[in-house]
Design a protein around this ligand. Structure first.
Ligand code: ZN
Length: 438
């Protein structure tokens, strides 16, 4: 089936979106302006789809298909993290277009991905296309601040008894070389995300004057607890998507890397332990990690503290729960005087399949728009809005069909964020292809 050509000027439309600074701290005005901008730029979407505003920042569009049996939800968010001009070549909210790219905060996260979804729908509507299945566009305006828009939208689906057949949200991208020795473009599709437990360890002290300290100090007990956590890491296990990803890479690496990769995925127990012991990103893929992020206590240089505390940021791997994490902490610390308090928790998501029709459609749309690219699954470390869907939607994927170099990925939440116009065109085609193939 022919794809309708992209309307010229999608780069201009993205630039206009970037110029509306939808940053949480700036109040409601930019958000209202952004919603009005969408209505003005996408007249067909706004006349043919029904739009519900869910809470103050959630936009839910419904495109009636020929059937409502296998509804599809395409997600994105239009809020962005703040940016100060320091370190940027252009003003972060100027929406400059140069060197074949659109520059500015949000071009990759997540206004670019939002644009390619809504462009595809507008162009298909112009063609008179009717999707085979119901399609929902779910755009949230407070993803970066863990707001309630996506929670409420997911709640609405559950309330109405609509179980999405496919949910696609931000996450992975088309990267030029996923590993230095895998020199081929890869569409990295997030099939799950780790959970988070934020916990506080507190050791109560006696207080009193620092001139006559006790033999066992409050600080010593807290330090011992932290040291024991470091010495007793969570068990390592190679997740299924990691093995599938390695398998997808194998045919594309030179002979001298192929055997090590095969060894890595077949000897998965020992390999997972070796990777976990090295720290950094490979380790984070293999197990639940603990980072000590804040230490607090003490009121004066000459007073014994009445309590000391440490905040732990724990990223929870599949197979663990908040309860199992707390039990493991308690076992490792082995000290009843150290209190463990859970401040915040969100369970790891289940893993979506890669051998189903949904993943096949994503792969086919990648093949059509990024010829030669591998489609490989992975587990994300960061959280996305799609996590609110996984309890009742079995096939949740996290992928933006935009090319992102290592430099571009580093610019997300950093300086000089940009998206190439070429990948905006490909991204729009990805969604046209996907929607035509339902
Ligand atoms: Zn984002």
């Amino acid at each position: 089936m022919p794809l309708s050509p992209a309307r010229p000027g999608s780069d201009e439309r993205l630039a206009r979106m970037v110029r509306v600074p939808t940053v949480a701290t700036k109040g409601d005005k930019p958000f209202d302006r952004f919603v009005a901008l969408l209505a003005a730029e996408y007249p067909l979407v706004h006349s043919r789809l029904t739009l519900e505003t869910v809470t103050d920042r959630g936009l839910l569009y419904h495109w009636k298909g020929e059937s409502d049996e296998r509804p599809v939800v395409l997600m994105a968010h239009y809020d962005v993290v703040p940016a100060v001009p320091d370190g940027w070549i252009d003003d972060p909210f100027s929406g400059a277009i140069r060197d074949g790219a659109v520059w500015g905060r949000g071009t990759l996260d997540d206004k670019g991905p939002l644009l390619v979804v809504i462009e595809a729908v507008e162009n298909l509507l112009a063609d008179g296309f009717v999707p085979a299945q119901d399609v929902y566009l779910s755009f949230g305006g407070n993803e970066e601040t863990y707001g309630d828009a996506a929670v409420a939208i997911a709640g609405l689906f559950r309330e109405r008894g609509i179980a999405p057949w496919l949910v696609l949200d931000e996450g992975g991208a088309v990267v030029d070389a996923p590993l230095s020795f895998v020199p081929v473009a890869s569409a990295m599709v997030g099939v799950g995300e780790k959970g988070i437990v934020t916990a506080r360890l507190t050791v109560a002290g006696t207080g009193g004057h620092a001139s006559a300290p006790p033999a066992s100090s409050t600080a010593g007990r807290l330090a011992r607890a932290l040291r024991r956590l470091e010495k007793n890491p969570f068990p390592a296990r190679m997740p299924r998507p990691f093995r599938q990803m390695i398998r997808a890479f194998e045919p594309h690496v030179s002979a001298r890397y192929r055997v090590p990769l095969i060894v890595l995925r077949t000897l998965r127990g020992p390999a997972a332990r070796i990777l976990a012991a090295r720290g950094g990103e490979p380790a984070a893929l293999m197990h639940t990690t603990i980072a000590v992020t804040m230490l607090a206590g003490g009121s004066a240089a000459n007073v014994l503290p009445s309590s000391l505390s440490a905040v732990l940021n724990i990223r929870v791997a599949q197979g663990e729960s908040t309860e199992s994490v707390v039990a493991t902490l308690r076992r490792a610390i082995r000290d009843e005087s150290v209190q463990i308090e859970v401040l915040e928790d969100s369970a790891p998501s289940p893993l979506s399949a890669t051998d189903n029709e949904q993943f096949g459609l994503i792969r086919a749309a990648v093949d059509a728009t990024y010829p030669g690219a591998i489609t490989a699954p992975y587990v994300m470390m960061a959280a996305t809005d799609s996590r609110h869907f996984h309890r009742f939607a079995p096939a949740v994927y996290r992928f933006s069909p935009l090319a992102m170099s290592a430099e571009q990925r580093a610019s997300i939440h950093g300086a000089n964020e940009f998206v190439t116009i070429d990948s905006l065109e490909r991204g729009e085609r990805f969604f046209q292809t996907l929607l035509r193939s339902l």
